[in-house]
Design a protein around this ligand. Structure first.
Ligand code: FAD
Length: 591
């Protein structure tokens, strides 16, 4: 008989509770549960909808400080860019729909200003009239999100400096562009929102520059992974001011426009400034109510999203979550976790436990100027910081069969545990099919899969979509061969090229064809031994005491050549990702 536990099916799945049973639990105190939800967007709205589906009798109220409940904040940059034309398209569900579909009382423009935990009630203020009303609760759900960071820099309150958090923020930017006929912009902060804003401002014909304190955009990603995006941004005319933080703002000459001052003393003039330097968890209510906060400044919860008060739950950008890979507590302000947590709270309130949050992997994607960057799990810099053992492989591969027209290259980086091959993280960039591969690996990580599982994964294939050995299989194969000791592999950043060239017992071998070296470039000091004639060359090669560092364009021919070296009794190692990775690590501009 099939063992359901072994098959990965948990006991509570075996015998799902009926809606009646759930309802009975929900109403065990006799009357309907009063559930108040603070914040009516990602986490709050999904909690309310799920709650209603599980408990028809609960009295559910959402308080939303802003003028709109359940709006698509992720769509705001595209609304500014006029790719999304109508504001109404951003309104996923309005108060009336919530009321009709879910019998949820939505109080828009109403801010919850205090929580009385003893009396189990909140006080909410009508933002327009200032009138305050107390509301009792059995359960309180906090989904207040995060606040856009606005550091107290000189000139921060000058008109023309915008955050992008709400529909009114987006409208203010659009109006400013129209009124001032804005032609130039500076975006501060090269994270997701900053980059999406850059793309959309450029789309509107506004010459845009970036000011970013770090030497790279997309801080959670490893630097070489974002290098192709740096190039694409420059090619689109975006001026990248990296490694230079903002120091303050001044009004432009004659009061026209603004000047952004940076730490290095530079000035950047613009008609409009967008501040996108991150979000901080909104914890003021929780703090004032004495709820426990975590070390990263977010609200602390257990795996059922319960705060230190068992009647109060918290979800979304306001809470700390456990990093699924590192086990550290962290802040992951993304819509997916917020939505899932909202559902979990509804399950828990209605007694549908065990419904637990598994932690977050920071699975994320950015689309910009025709490129896609996506990542899941730990980055190399995180693994280094926590001093966790890892190995990495790079793969530059077509998104689908090369013989089918239109194949585009995907650059992939996989991180895995050198002891058991467990997948720890993946980052990728390219033009097509990037997020599909990262999504597969994201789920693999959540299921504790190894590189051997990636090798064996059965994935969709037809020539216009993939390859019979999908890029996910291929990177799994490369890593599995490393694990098996069949494929000695190193990386450019692990090699000391000066030392190799000075060492009489080391040879850097380029196995590409001579014309490629001419056209694409080569690493100084390499010896060219093209793969097409390597067998003959090896038959005459005597130096078996030397170490051969082999590279090609993307790593595949290097692997084939390395196998030939090894099987002919030479000591050889392939350089992962070949010359392509070399370019990305150093940045083509520095080659
Ligand atoms: P929110 O959705 O921010 O909702 C919190 C709400 O609570 C706010 O509307 C606020 O007004 C209200 N509130 C706060 N305090 C009170 C109070 N005291 N009383 C009443 N109401 C209160 N994530 C992705 O995964 N992918 C993306 O592409 C993406 N793009 C984004 C683009 C932009 C411009 C922004 C701003 C965010 C983006 N995000 C994206 C992040 C994502 O939107 C958030 O992670 C998610 O919305 C968090 O959900 P939440 O419920 O915690 O908070």
């Amino acid at each position: 008989m099939l063992n359901l536990q072994r098959a990965g099916v948990h006991a509570y799945r075996k015998a799902p509770r009926t809606v009646a049973a759930v309802h009975a639990m929900a109403t065990n105190a006799g009357g309907p549960k009063k559930v108040l939800i603070v914040g009516g967007v990602a986490g709050g709205a999904s909690c309310a909808a799920r709650l209603r589906r599980l408990d028809e009798k609960a009295e559910i109220t959402i308080f939303e400080r802003g003028p709109y409940v359940s709006f698509a904040n992720c769509g705001l940059p595209y609304y500014v860019g006029e790719i999304i034309k109508e504001q109404s398209a951003l309104l996923v569900a309005n108060a009336a729909k919530f009321n009709k579909w879910f019998n949820v009382d939505v109080k828009e423009s109403t801010e919850v200003v205090s929580i009385d935990r003893q009396g189990k009630k909140v006080v909410a203020r009508d933002v327009k009239t200032g009138a305050e009303t107390a509301y009792p609760y059995d359960y309180l759900v906090l989904s207040p999100g995060g606040n856009a960071v606005r550091p107290p820099l000189p000139g921060i309150d000058l008109p023309g400096i915008f955050s992008v958090k709400t529909i009114p923020d987006a409208n203010a930017i659009k109006n400013w562009i129209a009124e001032k006929d804005a032609k130039t912009a500076v975006v501060i902060g090269g994270g997701f929102i900053g980059l999406e804003m850059i793309e959309n401002l450029v789309h509107r014909g506004i010459k845009t520059s970036l000011v970013e304190m770090l030497p790279q955009v997309m801080p959670p990603y490893d630097p070489e992974v974002v290098e192709p995006l740096h190039e694409r941004m420059r090619a689109k005319g975006v001026e990248l001011n990296l490694g230079d933080g903002v120091a303050g703002f001044e009004a432009g000459p004659g009061g026209k426009g603004l000047v952004v001052k940076t730490a290095s003393g530079k000035s950047h003039a613009a008609d409009l400034v967008v501040l996108a330097i991150g979000v901080k968890p909104e914890t003021s209510l929780a703090k004032a109510a004495g709820l426990e906060l975590g070390g990263r400044g977010g609200i602390k919860t257990d795996a059922h999203m319960r705060t230190s008060d068992p009647s109060i739950f918290a979800v979304g950008d306001a809470v700390e979550v456990k990093d699924y890979v590192t086990g550290e507590m962290t802040l992951i302000p993304l819509a997916g976790p917020a939505n899932r947590q909202g559902r979990i709270v509804a399950d828990v309130i209605t007694g549908n436990e065990p419904s637990t949050f598994r932690g977050s992997q920071g699975t994320s994607v950015l689309g910009m100027f025709g490129m896609t960057l996506a990542a899941t799990g730990a980055s190399e810099k995180t693994l280094k910081r926590i001093k966790r053992d890892y190995k990495k492989v790079y793969l530059h591969i077509n998104n689908h069969a090369g013989y089918y027209p239109g194949a585009k290259q995907i650059d992939m980086k996989l991180l895995f545990d050198p002891n058991d091959g467990k997948v720890l993280g993946m980052q990728a960039s390219g033009e097509e099919g990037v997020e599909k591969r990262v999504d597969v690996v994201a789920f693999a990580i959540q299921k504790g899969a190894t590189v051997f599982d990636l090798e064996e994964a059965e994935l969709c294939y037809a020539p216009q979509f993939g390859s019979a050995k999908d890029p996910v299989n291929m990177i799994g194969m490369v890593a599995s061969n490393v694990m098996r000791g069949m494929h000695p592999l190193t990386n450019w950043d692990e090699l000391d090229l000066k030392q190799i060239s000075a060492d009489p017992n080391a040879v850097l071998v380029d196995v590409r064809e001579p014309a490629e070296l001419e056209k694409v470039g080569k690493v100084a000091g390499c010896v060219n031994m093209p793969l097409s004639s390597l067998r003959q060359a090896l038959s005459g090669l005597k130096d078996k005491d030397k170490k051969y560092y082999v590279y090609c364009q993307v790593g595949l021919r290097g692997y084939v050549a390395t196998r030939q070296f090894l099987q002919n009794g030479f000591d050889a190692i392939n350089v992962s990702g070949g010359y392509k990775s070399f370019q990305q690590m150093l940045g083509s501009s520095k080659l």
